[in-house]
Ligand binder design. Sequence first.
Ligand code: XMP
Length: 317
Amino acid sequence: DWTSAAFIDTTIAELKETLGGDKVVLGLSGGVDSSVAAVLLHKAIGANLHCIFVDNGLLRKDEYEQVLEQYKHMGLNIKGIDAKDRFLSQLAGLKDPELKRKAIGRVFIEVFDDAAHEVTGVNWLGQGTIYPDVIESVSVNGPSATIKSHHNVGGLPDFMKLKVVEPLKTLFKDEVRRVGKALGIDDVILGRHPFPGPGLAIRILGDVTAEKVEILQHADSIYINELKSAGLYDKVWQAGAIFLPVQSVGVMGDERTYENVICLRAVESVDGMTADWCHLPYPVLAKISNEIINKVKGINRVVYDISSKPPATIEWE
Ligand code: XMP
């Protein structure tokens, strides 16, 4: 019989045994997996776990600051790195989704490698890999996935030559959540919707600019906050706003406007492999739409995505 308490005890004992007095670096993403892996490792080796949290500028509004604060509060030995400008400058002018993903993966590796070099005498790379990541080639989330799918771009960075420790490698997602809960990790982290490694860059169709990121962050935060206050956030598997590079005519007072469109996406799913669009209540959609159009400068139209996967995908890029 699998219990999270037994898993935690055995895993911490094993980690202590394997790691001894060694140092581990681990990239935190704000997601469930890397957070649970970090707390387990922290319980086993304390300050010898060096966590790195990269701000790629493509996270949700205020998420970097809030999550960093939360990690610090949890007692983790964590270094936050502001790399917003590095990511944005490498994304400039890129329109193709795969080129955008590659650029983000490459910059992440460079930034992470620099940060890992600052941890003197490090021997191990910690990763939040879970069982489905092991059996599928593409993982849903986290820096570990980014690292794996991009490690053949150029030479191997130094941190990839480290020995790898993956304490969650045998667990499914629901088990990771149960372990996280038993470890006392906040529901804000455990209940967070899946969020892609390339972040908002793949929810801004076409080229990414600081201005578009800001518009999308604003619209997305209105959307997500409204789902939360309507009690719907935990019922939806994944939700997010998408910035469409389409302008349409609108009217504001006596004036004609010609501005961009925000699309809302919300899906029900078990594992992201298939998904149904959520039948969100009309009054909730109406409120979100009004608020976005009234408050977000540069947006005069909101649409709702009613496509399921397959044949559509969850993300638009
Ligand atoms: P799709 O769009 O393929 O998404 O239906 C399925 C799940 O995967 C996430 N996703 C990604 N996660 N890097 C990631 O870490 C990516 O490049 C990426 N693309 C999609 C998506 O958010 C959904 O949960």
